[in-house]
Design a protein around this ligand. Sequence first.
Ligand SMILES: [Zn+2]
Length: 254
Amino acid sequence: MPLTIEAVPVLETNYVWALHDGSRCVLVDPGSAAEPLAFLGDNGLELTAILVTHHHRDHTGGLDEILARHEVPVWGPRDERIEQVTHPVGEGGRIEIDQPSLSLTVLETPGHTTSHLMFHDDHHLISGDTLFSIGCGRLFEGTPEQMQASLDKLSRLPDETRIYCGHEYTLDNCRFALQVEPDNTALQARFERVQRLREDGRITLPSTLAEERAANPFLRTRKPEVIEAANQREPGTGKDPAAVFGVIRRWKDG
Ligand SMILES: [Zn+2]
């Protein structure tokens, strides 16, 4: 059976991603245990591995309770703050799992945290809190230069890549992005779709890299419209992508 990817909502806004083939399942970023354990039970799925993108509690808080019931490998960053990781991986590393059949490449994406990882194959990107739909993670432990470089690693990935990020933030992100690019028609269209989805209580993910490239200001720091908006916000910013990124990030944090 081909890979199915489902979101298990936990906490306020987090998604635990469940990647499964109908019988075996990999969980990503279990910030809580009860909901993903119930998901496994309700669907008759056997847990075979856990992936972790970064150390924040809302992505790791369920690990101990899940691991007490399921002794499975945990792939994640080399970071002593995540002591449950049994299979540390870094830039260019591979995660090979037999069941469900998964072969993922590891990207190191410092910025949100120093040791944040993303995982991808030709069709999927698990982006944690580095890339959100129409947004990106806050710079808790990194610089605009680091985050710009982290996001630049996505430039090799195809447009069709589907993005599975850590939070349901898309609606708020669209509202902010429209301040940066009020005339962006792709963004306007995404905002309308996202409003309808949220009114119906539905998830806005996955998005695609094509959608993000067209509407996410943090992936558009080389676009004239975004450079112009950044320079209006903070005169003298110039055109350097990391500088533009820094202005947009501060604006959003404002
Ligand atoms: Zn985080």
